[in-house]
Ligand binder design. Structure first.
Ligand code: ATP
Length: 437
C-alpha cells in the first residue's frame, strides 16, 4: 500500500489536519483509490513548544483494496468504507495531486506558525521516527534524509517543519492503540457555538463502557467538544470502533456533515520513558521512581510542588492548577513516601508536569502529641529547640526527644495509582480505566 502523512496545517484561528484527512479520504475514494484500514491520528511529543494544540498528525493508507470491507465514516449521508488489506498498485501522481490540492486549499499558510508538510511513500519508514517523535525532539534534516532514502514524494511548505509530523505519523507501528470517532460540522457553523446536549453525553458515557474521557463529573464539563473554532463538532474516544458508532447515535447535537473513525495512539502512554533523575531532559515525558524528599507546598496560582529523589539526584514535580482535585492527593504526600511520577518535563521551571502518580509505599509518620512529663514535678517539660530534648521549667531536669509521646499519623491516603481528572488529561496519557493496575 501507499502511505500518506500530513501535518501542521491549522492555526489557533481555525482549520484542522484531521478535517483535511477526511476530505482527502473522500476524494481518493471518489477517484477510485481504496483506503486500507482506518486513517490514523497520531499524537506526537506533547511538550514540543511549537505545537498549535495537541501535536497531532495524520496518516492514511491507500491502494487497491482487498480483504474485508470496514465502515470508517460517512460524508453527507454517503458511507465511507476501507479494506482490511491492499496492494500499492495505484498512481502515486494522482494521490499526490489530491493531497496537494487539499493541503493548499485548506492549510492556514498565512499564519506564521503554520508550516505544513505532506509525505507519500510506498516504503514505510521504520518506527524509530515515531518513537523519537513521540518521546523526544526530531530534527528536520534527519527526517528529510529518511524521506530521500525511502524515495518518498514530499512537500514542505514555508520552513517545512510539518514534514516531521507527517513522517512520524507514517512510521507509527501500533502496539497499544485506541480509536476516535470525529464528527465534522457544516461549514456555515464553523466558529459558532457548538450545540451538543450535555445530558446525552452523560448518557452515552454511562452506556458505552469502552469509551473514555467523555465527561468530567467533578467539573461538570463535556469533554468531547473542542474549544477551538475548528470544523470538529465532537470526538468520542474508545477501545472499540463499533462501540463508537453506537456512542455517536446517543449524542444529541446539531446536524453535522459526517464523521470518520481514526486509529490512534491517544490514551496509550507511548510518550513516557522510564528514567533516572540525572537522565531527565526538558521536552521528554518520563516515569521516575523516587522518594519524596521535599513535602508539597502551594504556590501562587494554586500549583502544588514537591520533589522526589533517587540515587542520581532530586527533581521537582508539579500538579498544576488545572488538575483541580488531584492536587488534594498530592498535598497529602509526606517525606519518605515511595512514588512513581508520570509526566512531561518542562524546561522553565525545570519540573515534571504530573499526569499520574503511583504511590508505592507510604512512609510511617510519627507526630508528637505530648511533651514528656517531669517525674519530680509532675508538669510538662519545655522543648529546648528542635532535636535538643526537653527541660523542666521548675527543677531543670532534662529528658530526650524520644521521651515525648508520639502517635502514628493517620495518612488518609492509600497506596496505588492516582490520575489527573479527565479535563486536564493529555491526549497521550493512558487513563487508569485502560490500565491493568
Ligand atoms: P495540527 O492540528 O495542525 O497538526 P498541532 O497542535 O498538532 O496542530 P502542529 O501545528 O502540527 O501542532 O505543530 C507541531 C509541529 O511540530 C509540526 O510542524 C510537527 O512536524 C512538529 N513536531 C511534532 N513533533 C515533533 C518532534 N518530536 N520534534 C520536532 N518537531 C516536531
Amino acid at each position: 500500500m501507499v502511505w500518506i502523512g500530513i501535518d501542521d496545517t491549522d492555526s489557533k484561528d481555525g482549520g484542522c489536519t484531521t478535517y483535511i484527512c477526511y476530505t482527502i479520504v473522500r476524494k481518493l475514494i471518489e477517484n477510485g483509490i481504496d483506503i486500507i484500514g482506518y486513517p490514523r491520528l497520531v499524537r506526537l511529543n506533547p511538550n514540543i513548544p511549537w505545537k498549535t494544540r495537541g501535536n497531532g498528525a495524520v496518516a492514511i493508507r491507500a491502494g487497491r483494496g482487498n480483504g474485508r470491507e470496514i465502515l470508517i465514516g460517512e460524508f453527507e449521508g454517503e458511507k465511507l468504507f476501507a479494506f482490511t488489506n491492499g496492494s500499492d498498485d495505484v498512481d502515486i501522481a494522482m494521490i499526490e495531486n489530491t493531497v496537494k490540492e487539499e493541503v493548499e486549499k485548506q492549510a492556514f499558510l498565512a499564519d506564521e506558525k503554520t508550516n505544513p508538510g505532506f509525505v507519500i511513500t510506498r516504503k514505510k519508514f521504520d518506527s524509530t521516527i515515531y518513537e523519537q517523535g513521540v518521546k523526544d525532539v526530531l530534527h528536520l534534516n534527519d527526517v528529510i534524509e529518511v524521506l530521500n532514502h525511502a524515495g518518498a514524494v514530499y512537500k514542505g511548505y514555508k520552513n517545512g517543519r510539518g514534514l516531521i509530523g507527517a513522517a512520524a505519523a507514517i512510521s507509527w507501528e501500533p502496539g497499544d492503540k485506541t480509536y476516535e470517532l470525529i464528527s465534522y460540522r457544516y461549514r456555515e457553523k464553523w466558529g459558532k457555538e457548538r450545540d451538543v446536549e450535555e445530558e446525552s453525553v452523560i448518557k452515552m458515557d454511562k452506556t458505552i463502557n469502552s469509551t473514555f474521557d467523555n465527561y468530567d463529573y467533578e467539573e461538570k464539563r463535556v469533554l468531547i467538544t473542542p474549544n477551538s473554532p475548528c470544523p470538529i463538532l465532537f470526538g468520542i474516544r474508545g477501545d472499540k470502533p463499533c462501540d463508537l458508532i453506537k456512542a455517536k447515535e446517543i449524542v444529541i447535537s446539531e446536524n453535522y456533515m459526517g464523521w470518520m473513525i481514526y486509529e490512534t495512539n491517544q490514551g496509550t502512554d507511548d510518550h513516557l520513558q522510564r528514567k533516572k533523575i540525572s537522565e531527565v531532559k526538558p521536552y521528554q515525558s518520563v516515569i521516575i521512581e523516587g522518594t519524596v524528599d521535599r513535602e508539597p507546598f502551594t504556590i501562587e496560582g494554586g500549583h502544588v510542588i514537591f520533589s522526589i529523589g533517587d540515587e542520581t539526584g532530586s527533581i521537582d514535580c508539579t500538579a498544576y492548577e488545572p488538575t483541580k482535585g488531584f492536587r488534594d492527593i498530592i498535598r497529602k504526600l509526606k517525606k519518605g513516601d515511595r512514588v512513581e511520577v508520570y509526566g512531561g518535563v518542562r524546561e522553565k521551571p525545570f519540573t515534571i508536569n504530573i499526569e499520574k502518580i503511583r504511590i508505592k509505599n507510604l512512609s510511617t509518620v510519627r507526630v508528637k502529641v505530648e511533651n514528656p512529663v517531669c517525674e519530680k514535678c509532675g508538669i510538662h517539660m519545655k522543648s529546648m529547640g528542635k532535636g535538643k530534648g526537653y527541660r523542666c521549667k521548675r527543677c531543670g531536669s532534662t529528658k530526650d526527644e524520644k521521651d515525648a509521646r508520639y502517635e502514628i499519623l493517620d495518612r488518609d491516603l492509600k497506596e496505588g495509582f492516582y490520575e489527573v481528572p479527565p479535563c486536564a488529561r493529555r491526549h497521550l496519557s493512558k487513563p487508569l480505566k485502560r490500565m491493568v493496575c
